[in-house]
Design a protein around this ligand. Structure first.
Ligand code: BGC
Length: 767
């Protein structure tokens, strides 16, 4: 492999030295990137330029013509290009007619395509994008970190950064250069299949976890990140992916834009446009959003890429363009740089340029950015990968350790009656692990391809390994891993079996593995009309609950589960999320007390789908009236998560410093009143008690992980700049109005878990 790598590079060097002794400026790395881009652009024809804006799916992802269009559209990242075969696409590359690919999952193909690109006139390297949403899990053998909703559940910015950094190494090592991640949509409708791909419901948390992941991904310029999806597809009117959004300018600015603004400020190098329309205008043709807000107002100068086939959909789905040509015109004029994906874009854009409908300056603007990204990634010097090095980089010990650490800190203990958990060491005690997610790879979540069995610790495997070492006997019973197919027979057999055990650990939830087409219950295009457990899972739980001496329920899933019955009737409930490659070990460590749980919910768990929309930062009038058939409080609130320790909050103090850079110091005493060492996610919330427009009853301002030994106390401090308290007033100016501000600190967003104090500000500020 090493030899092959050297040969590729030799071919590269010799091609240029044979043709011309003086290497063109754009290939001389002693020049600045801008000079190299200028030189290269000057050598490009209009055709060469438009080609850079064209993206295709990899050769291995080309579908058979026998795959139905529906299968392809539902997207397991496969595509079928009518009339174009593998050899045609190879020729397009050697002719310099393709700028980038998505989903080049095979290392060999990565080098092969780059080798073909070297045969093109200008030898511009290709850029490869991949949906590395929680690790580079679409590539076999890579580390799968817990799902984004779990990463957010750690409330740890530094862990998110580390996941990003390690993922970037695995991406570049396996041949790609561009992560279509992170997803910084703020989740507001939990029926949406993609909730687990987000960092939850709070704009601040989504911003922080997102920004840190971006910084990690782009840490040493090995790859570029992509903030997506611009914008607001996470509040579809019926919960379904693609569905329209009607949204006010205020809501856009209060909820959906902040993560993108923060991502741009953090230097994100690309942004993906969202599938949906907003107020009647599909995002892909929305000049106000893309050019006025993103580029002009936020000063975003990176790449803007379409989502999968969404330029086409301007005419085929939204019916706002009469044909694909008009769709290309609308999206390029709105500010698009790269079309994901496929043929015809090239021809149509060239025709539009000829007809003077698109100016060459407009095209140059996109192409300069694309080339600059390729130069900065070092692709002109270093386009091939050394396949012999891959195995040392992917799934390394360091990366596995981080994946495990994130899982440990993300697991949320939802309920623990009578301190049934952690299970105490014992001999002669028998544990049964069962349920559809007990012993399979659903713990890996969406945006993963099948991973080697040896790389994954299932929940049963984790419990068995640790349980055995503590003297328990641990068995597994297969109650049917196909969630929707659990039958009455499966239920009665499982509950019969359960009788013989001291503890039954029942693992239920969802399956969002995109490759398990017929059995998945969540994920990208799997919206649901209900938030309850799919199929007969609740029945299974009820039945086992009748026969088992003690039962613990574990959720493996990635969005809120609305099952009040389970909360009322089961003693211990653990939200494990989709905890990644070593998830089973992390779950077992929590069960046996080797790890004290510290994850907190980054999203509200409603009691029923009818309570939607439900999030903690609602406006004051939301629950003035009550439902006649449902509670108005959630099943579990945002920020909820129990520990084996008991934390006590006291001595809250607010100190105001009003000078040129005014700020407030919030300090309080946190005490661990237990015999367990533990880590608490302390959360600071704000309420503006009176304002010129309505503000949420609570807004998360800051948070911190604080470790306390058994019976230890610490003073915790937050320094809050005034700008962090600001909001959009009547005129949409970002201001802080004078008046009383209530600060609340605690272990969740629920007032019961908080202490509070008020401070008066008698000066107004604008930012
Ligand atoms: C998703 C994007 C993803 C793209 C490529 C689309 O269906 O919305 O998030 O990056 O596919 O896989």
């Amino acid at each position: 492999m090493k030899i092959k790598f050297l040969v590729y590079n030799l071919i590269f060097i010799s091609i240029f030295s044979c043709v011309d002794n003086s290497v063109p400026v754009y290939l001389n790395k002693n020049y600045s990137y801008n000079i190299r881009v200028k030189d290269l652009i000057s050598r490009m024809t209009t055709e060469d330029k438009v080609a850079q804006m064209c993206q295709y799916v990899s050769l291995n992802q080309l579908s058979n013509s026998s795959d139905s269009l529906k299968t392809i559209d539902n997207g397991d990242s496969k595509a079928f290009y009518k009339g174009l075969f593998r050899s045609d696409i190879e020729k397009l590359v050697t002719d310099g007619k393709i700028g980038s690919f998505l989903h080049v999952f095979s290392y060999e193909e990565a080098n092969y395509l780059q080798k073909l690109a070297l045969k093109s006139r200008l030898k511009i390297p290709l850029m490869f994008g991949v949906d590395a949403i929680h690790g580079n899990g679409m590539v076999k053998g890579c580390t799968v970190y817990p799902s984004p909703i779990a990463i957010s559940s750690t409330f740890s910015d530094s862990l998110s950064f580390e996941v990003g950094k390690q993922t970037s190494k695995e991406i570049r090592a396996t041949g790609s250069h561009w992560a279509f991640a992170p997803n910084i949509d703020v989740a507001r409708d939990f029926r949406w299949g993609r909730v687990g791909e987000t960092f939850g419901e709070d704009p601040k948390l989504v911003s922080n976890i997102g920004v840190n992941m971006i910084k990690g991904l782009q840490y040493d310029n090995q790859i570029i990140a992509c903030a997506k999806h611009f914008i607001a597809g996470s509040e579809p009117i019926n919960g379904l992916n693609f569905s329209p959004m009607d949204i006010s300018e205020r809501k856009l600015r209060e909820v959906y834009l902040p993560p993108f603004k923060n991502a741009v400020n953090a230097g994100v190098k690309s942004v993906m446009i969202a599938h949906n329309e907003i107020n009647g205008i599909p995002c892909h043709m929305n000049k106000y959003l893309i050019t006025n807000i993103l580029k002009d107002e936020f000063n975003f100068s990176g790449l803007i890429v379409s989502d999968w086939m969404d330029v086409e959909r301007l005419y085929s789905l939204h019916h706002v363009a009469k044909d694909f040509k008009e769709a290309c015109l609308l999206s390029i004029n709105a500010g698009l740089d790269i079309n994901m994906h496929g043929p015809n874009f090239y021809e149509e854009v060239l025709a539009l340029i000829k007809e003077d409908k698109i100016s060459i300056n407009r095209i140059d603007n996109s192409v300069k950015k694309i080339l600059l990204a390729k130069f900065k990634l070092g692709l002109f010097e270093n386009r091939f990968i050394d396949t012999s090095k891959i195995s040392n980089i992917i799934f390394s010990q360091k990366h596995r350790k981080t994946s495990l650490e994130v899982a440990r800190k993300s697991i949320v203990l939802l309920k623990n009656n009578n301190n049934i958990l952690p299970l105490k060491s014992s001999s002669n005690m028998k544990i049964l692990v069962t349920g559809p997610n007990a012993n399979n790879h659903t713990i890996l979540g969406d945006w993963t391809k099948p991973q080697p069995t040896k790389n994954v610790t299932t929940i049963y495997e984790g419990i068995k390994a640790i349980g055995k070492s503590k003297g328990f006997e641990v068995d597994f019973y297969n109650s049917n891993s196909n969630i929707s197919a659990i039958s009455e027979k499966d239920i009665s057999r499982t509950s019969d079996f359960s009788k013989n055990y001291d503890f039954v650990i029942l693992v239920v939830g969802d399956n969002s593995l995109r490759y398990s087409k017929n059995t998945k219950t969540a994920g990208e295009n799997n919206g649901r009309a209900n938030l309850s457990l799919m199929g007969k899972q609740l029945k299974l739980i009820k039945s086992v609950n009748n026969t088992a001496k003690n039962m613990i329920v574990i959720y493996v899933n990635s969005k809120p589960i609305a099952e009040p019955w389970i909360h009322q009737n089961v003693d211990a409930i653990i939200e494990a999320w989709e905890p990644g490659s070593l998830g089973g070990k992390a779950v077992a460590e929590v069960i046996f007390g080797d790890v004290n749980p510290s994850g907190k919910l980054p999203i509200t768990f409603p009691r029923s789908v009818g309570q939607l929309q439900m999030h903690y930062n609602f406006k004051p009038s939301q629950y003035y009236r009550k439902y006649i058939d449902e509670e108005v409080d959630p099943l579990y609130c945002f920020g909820h998560g129990l520990s084996y320790s008991t934390f006590e909050y006291s001595n809250l103090k607010l100190d105001l410093k009003e000078d040129n850079n005014p700020y407030i110091t919030v300090s309080f005493l946190l005490k661990n009143k237990s015999n367990f060492d533990g880590e608490e996610v302390v959360q600071l919330y704000l309420r503006d008690s009176y304002s010129s427009v309505t503000r949420p009853v609570k807004e998360l301002i800051n948070y911190k992980r604080v470790f306390l030994k058994a019976n230890e106390s610490k003073i915790v401090k937050f320094k809050i700049k005034f700008e962090e308290l600001a909001f959009y007033d009547l005129n949409m100016s970002y201001v802080l109005e004078r008046g009383d501000f209530i600060f609340m600190v605690g272990g969740s967003s629920n007032s019961i878990d908080q202490i509070s104090d008020t401070i008066n500000l008698n000066m107004a500020y604008s930012f």
